[in-house]
Design a protein around this ligand. Structure first.
Ligand code: GLU
Length: 467
């Protein structure tokens, strides 16, 4: 069975890069009918692990991703790690090193002054004597001293590390007995049966060390896939400003889970030239072997485009429900249908959609004087008055088409172009010169509100001498 995992260190929130590797791991597990484990790497006690786990679970819930089994916490597995350290010591594959920190520093200084790579020199590797007093030893693993270690990577191919260039007998337990990062990752992956490790390629340099631990314990080495980083448009590592932020920020800004997942799956992976994927399609088509070898570029327009696609295709009922988070409470009636049918065609985010709805449902403040003046030049007030009178005498205009007919009548009667009525009317109703079709706007706000807004705009024009 394929078992993958997502193993975040608790930094307080789930970040977009982390989410992408989580998604890849999730998809690959589901593709194979396997399991996806969530493991919180919280050996660094100084951080708030509970909150971090909660934040990750919240984000997973929002996105509809689920992990199998209980969440694993490294902080609860100390005894297991200690047992394996003991085993390596007993088998002579690891040893206590009594070198003090000061000694280590001066050794490294000396190596640097000789233009050598700073490293531990193995002085306690075969030590049989009496340990120096007062030094709490660290535990070091006996790493190979020559040759190469090859990481067989499913994306990058074979990556060969020269032992002499990268390794020494590295520490697997600190002097206080706590195990080190690479040790616990290898132990956990092995004991949890993780056989496919998909993670960021910033971890590639850790992999030889983890392989040494697998080998020392006779554990089976998983398949590795080191995913190239996400870069910004300038080819630099993605920063917070570029979007490398808390996944829940995307929710606040009004991105849909489906759009975000679709966006992320295409960052570094492709299937022909298909852009839109349902989750089911992602599961069916995803294979880590198809992940690009080079970094992928984060592109906000692409995310917006996908989000707009999913908003446009969402049912009004569902949209209505989501808009409640943005303080938009719409009742279910034909006006809501007209409103959403019109606006969802052009909104990039739910936040934007909510703003557009507010703009339509509230009396505008006519803050843009320049635009107002422009819209009210000439005989705009007379045209609007005629329009308003005509509306008052029309029996129950209700649908967009009813309002359209009234507009058409005025234009015909006065022998003017549509813009002559449209511009001041748009300004009167919305306080700006852009937005959705006026017949729909009027159908949504209704005839009374339409007449009121027109009359407010006429008074405003008179007060300010625009008419
Ligand atoms: N805990 C590591 C991180 O958050 C990931 C370890 C791994 O995937 O092997 O960067």
């Amino acid at each position: 069975m394929v078992i993958t995992r997502f193993a975040p260190s608790p930094t307080g929130f789930l970040h977009i890069g982390g989410l992408r590797t989580a998604l890849f791991s999730y998809l690959w597990a589901k593709h194979n009918g396997g399991k996806f484990i969530l493991r919180i790497e919280d050996t660094d006690r100084s951080r708030n692990n509970e909150d971090a786990a909660k934040a990750i679970i919240e984000a997973f819930k929002w996105l509809g991703l689920s992990h199998d089994g209980e969440i694993e916490y490294q902080s609860k597995r100390t005894d297991i790690y200690k047992r394996y350290i003991r085993k390596l010591l007993d088998e002579g594959k690891a040893y206590y090193c009594y070198m003090s920190k000061d000694e280590l520093v001066s050794l490294k200084d000396e190596q640097i002054s000789h233009k050598e790579r700073p490293r531990y020199d193995g002085r306690y590797r075969d030590f049989n004597g009496t340990p120096p007093r007062g030094v709490e030893p660290v535990v070091r693993i006996k790493a190979p001293t020559s040759g190469t270690i090859t990481v067989h990577d499913g994306i990058k191919g074979d990556v060969v590390f020269n032992v002499d260039d990268i390794l020494d007998d590295f520490i697997i337990a600190r002097s206080d007995g706590t195990p080190t990062y690479n040790f616990v990752v290898a132990i956990d992956d092995a004991l949890m049966g993780i056989n496919e490790v998909i993670r960021g390629d910033d971890h590639l340099s850790n992999t030889p060390k983890q392989i040494i631990i697998y080998d020392a314990l006779g554990l089976e080495i998983p398949n590795f896939y080191h995913v190239p980083m996400i870069h910004n448009q300038n080819g630099k590592k993605l920063s917070k400003r570029d979007g490398a932020t808390d996944v829940m920020e995307y929710k606040k800004e009004g991105y849909l889970p489906q759009a975000l997942l679709n966006f992320l799956v295409r960052l570094g992976w492709s299937h022909g030239d298909q852009e839109i994927f349902t989750i089911q399609e992602m599961i069916e088509m995803f294979n880590p072997k198809d992940i690009n070898k080079s970094a992928s570029i984060y592109n906000t327009e692409k995310l917006d485009w996908l989000n707009a696609h999913y908003i446009k295709n969402m049912s009004n009922e569902h949209l209505k429900h989501l808009l409640e988070d943005y303080d938009i409470i719409l009742t279910s009636n034909d006006k809501t249908e007209i409103l959403l049918d019109n606006l969802k065609e052009r909104a990039k985010t739910l936040q934007e959609l909510a703003l557009q709805i507010k703009d339509i449902l509230t009396q505008p403040a006519y803050e843009n004087e320049k635009a107002f003046k422009k819209a009210f030049k000439g005989d705009a007030v007379d045209i609007l008055t005629a329009f308003s009178d005509k509306l008052k005498s029309t029996p129950k205009p209700h649908l967009p088409v009813d309002f359209h007919i009234v507009m058409q009548n005025i234009v015909d009667e006065q022998g003017i172009g549509f813009g002559k009525l449209g511009q001041p009317l748009r300004m009167a109703l919305l306080g700006k010169l852009s937005g959705p079709g006026l017949d729909s706007v009027m159908a949504v706000i209704g005839v009374d509100d339409t007449i009121n807004r027109v009359s407010s705009a006429i008074s405003y024009a008179a007060q300010n001498g625009y008419a």
